[in-house]
Ligand binder design. Structure first.
Ligand code: GUN
Ligand code: ZN
Length: 443
């Protein structure tokens, strides 16, 4: 028998969620001011208060000292476009004209596999610099764009859910699926990547306007055929978009209903935005186990509207946070929480800091149906974590000095923090990003 893998321990303030604090209150999280996270073979062995835990560790166990910093499960970005990294911060349009003017030309460049490989490497590193260890990602219509992303994620051992965008109408010819509506390419990609390492495949009809009825039916069919495959799309983001969908699918009761008619709602289905829904839509999402991604920086940037978290929660819909880069303006989940707070202020709802951090970790994991694997420090979970530095900037340090409670400290992180606050990001226990690492000679 092989000897057990050695333990690695990480000491610092620890916070993780075991339930939604909006319903469970303080029972929703565990916080240790001086805690230790113990990792064996890339998984959480245990986590708890430092003194008793350290006393029990075998002699010689390495203890990484993150005292003075806060260790949290790695952030989960439930909706982001890797091929839009180069058009982040493109001025002056709302959704439909922004897609035409900036996004489609940028995505057309991913026909070039070398461009896709460079972009995928940059994207994965940028996620890690921001403390994000799991992401659900749209590639482009080109199968090689999916290969490039999964290869980059696999090299870093990250958890990524992604797929080839399906579109076969209302888009430039260079971005259109052919006669089989993308079926053969989707099947080949599922066979190659789904459930390999930490990767999962998501069927990705871009949104109802860019898919024919045949392609919408295909996406639903493939979803039923391949167990465990995800479905990822957009819904009810912008009012002009909604009016267009009503013209294209007059038989549907609502925009969401289009997806339901084609068998696209259910567990592991996730839709970004979900702004212009009605109560009946929210009931359908909850009943089918379909999740929503709240993308506040994108919704403000494109002037799309204000997500109604209270209504989603009341209906029992699973909700995670998404950056939605490149309509989103930051890879930082801290900045995403910042703008989530402001969107909800405009709705007369007050986002508690604990709720924001829940959404960015366990809430995201639950939206992706991965909370048995990631999102908390429960024993056996994959040891992906982020280390936040309360002294990252002079202003953060000054504000933290008078933050007396955990809640105040979390709020300072989410309002004032960004990639600078991420001291380190660990994937399966291993540090893949260290903010203050000394660059290698000649680098
Ligand atoms: N709806 C369809 N495609 C997109 C996209 O690329 N970004 C956003 N924000 N919404 C979309
Ligand atoms: Zn999007």
């Amino acid at each position: 028998m092989n000897p057990p893998a050695p333990l690695a321990a990480f000491r610092g303030a620890l916070l993780h969620f075991v339930d939604d604090p909006a319903s469970a209150g303080p029972r929703g999280y565990e916080h240790h001011v001086d805690g230790v996270l113990v990792v064996r073979d890339g998984r959480v062995a245990e986590c708890g208060p430092a003194e008793p835990l350290l006393a029990r560790l075998p002699a010689g166990t390495t203890v990484t000292d993150y005292r003075g910093k806060l260790i949290l499960p790695g952030f989960v970005d439930t909706h982001v476009h890797y091929a839009q990294t180069d058009v982040i911060a493109s001025h002056g349009e709302q959704l439909l004209t922004w897609l035409e003017r900036y996004v489609f030309p940028a995505e057309a460049r991913f026909a070039d596999a070398a461009h896709a490989a460079t972009a995928a490497g940059f994207f994965c590193d940028e996620l890690l610099r921001n403390g994000t260890t799991t992401a659900q990602v749209l590639a482009t219509v080109h199968p090689a764009s999916v290969d490039a992303l999964f290869e980059a994620a696999e090299r870093r051992r990250m958890r990524v859910v992604a797929g080839k965008v399906l579109m076969d109408r209302n888009c430039p010819a260079a971005l259109r699926d052919g006669d089989d509506a993308g079926e053969a390419a989707s099947r080949a990609l599922i066979e190659r990547w789904h459930d390999r390492a930490r990767l999962r495949y998501a069927l990705t009809p871009r949104f109802a306007p860019t898919s024919s009825r045949e392609q919408m039916a295909l996406a639903g069919r493939l979803c039923a055929e391949y167990p465990g495959v995800h479905l990822h799309s957009h819904v009810a983001e912008n009012q002009a978009e909604g009016a267009w969908v009503a013209r294209l699918y007059p038989e549907a009761r609502s925009y969401l209903d289009v997806y339901e008619r084609y068998g696209q709602l259910g567990p592991r289905a996730l839709f970004a935005h979900c702004i212009w829904l009605d109560d009946a839509d929210r009931v359908r999402m909850a009943a089918t186990g379909t999740a929503a991604s709240f993308c506040p920086t994108s919704n403000l940037f494109l002037g799309s509207g204000l997500f109604d978290l209270a209504a989603m929660r009341a209906a029992g819909v699973r909700v995670g946070l998404g950056t939605d880069v490149g309509a989103g303006t930051s890879f930082s989940m801290l900045q995403t929480m910042n703008e989530a707070y402001k969107v909800l202020q405009l709705r007369g709802q007050s986002l508690a800091p604990e709720q924001a951090f829940y959404l960015a970790t366990l809430g995201g994991a639950r939206s992706l149906y991965m909370d048995d694997l990631i999102g908390s420090f429960a024993p056996g979970r994959e040891a992906d974590f982020v280390v936040l530095d309360p002294r990252a900037t002079p202003l953060l340090e000054r504000r933290m000095a008078s933050a007396a409670t955990l809640s105040e400290r979390l709020f300072a992180f989410m309002m004032l923090g960004d990639d600078r606050a991420v001291a380190a990001t660990h994937v399966l226990g291993e540090a893949l990003h260290q903010r203050d690492a000394i660059p290698a000679a000649g680098a």
